[in-house]
Design a protein around this ligand. Sequence first.
Ligand code: 6PG
Length: 266
Amino acid sequence: MNGPRRPSVERGGGGAPLSIEVMKDGEALALRVADVFALAAQEASAARGRFAVALSGGETPLALYKLLARQQFQQKIPWRRAQLYWGDERCVPPGDPQSNYGMAHDAFIRHVPIAPENVHRMRGEDLPEEAAHEYDADLRRLADQMRPRVDVPVFDLVLLGLGGDGHTASLFPHSDALAVEEQFCVATTAPDGSPRLTITAPVINAARRVWFLVSGAAKAGMVAEVLEGLKVPTAVPAQGVAPAHGSLTWFLDEAAAADLSPGARA
Ligand code: 6PG
């Protein structure tokens, strides 16, 4: 690991146990998350015979995904037990440089022994409403497979990023998608007008583990706003992430954690 890892901070209050881990830089961040990703995959596979994970998109997880393709992690991760899903997608074909699926596929999926039927991508190339409806049905099938049976699919892990405007997945400030309770996946629109697909808050907050991966100075202000600012989830959607029965961990690098109060970074 690149430099000393700051110890995690356990803080209760209100929702899920919250941990904040601060690593020296993006490389150490990716390595730390790859390590705990492998442990989570092992735990879920041993306990439930399946590791259901929702991947995040954007640029930040790329370093992590590339590590997962490495031999040292392939040996630790029971890929044959993995069920891959996405938290959100851009409405583009899978081969498009903007595709979250495409990024993950190139970075690790094509290098690891996972069965194609266990890779559940959002069909960004289809009409957004149709693709959202289809993915909603896919998530309901996942819930049906779970024992004991659940109404909302319980992911073993949901990976999330943080946008500069406080969005996460494709849950944007003041968007209708924020208030959706009945559907597990909806079509929505990014502030730049581009169509998106996103899982909804009930699915995120039903997860056993929710991890934010945030790197870089550009995110420092928003990280402090989400964790220590006034709670206004409609304006800062990442504040609405509070797993009901699971744990919430923020994996940050020093630059992204720079505006947190000393107490938060004890
Ligand atoms: C997406 C993401 C989105 C992302 C944030 C942060 O499709 O864009 O899922 O929620 O995580 O926008 O993006 P970066 O990691 O690129 O800063």
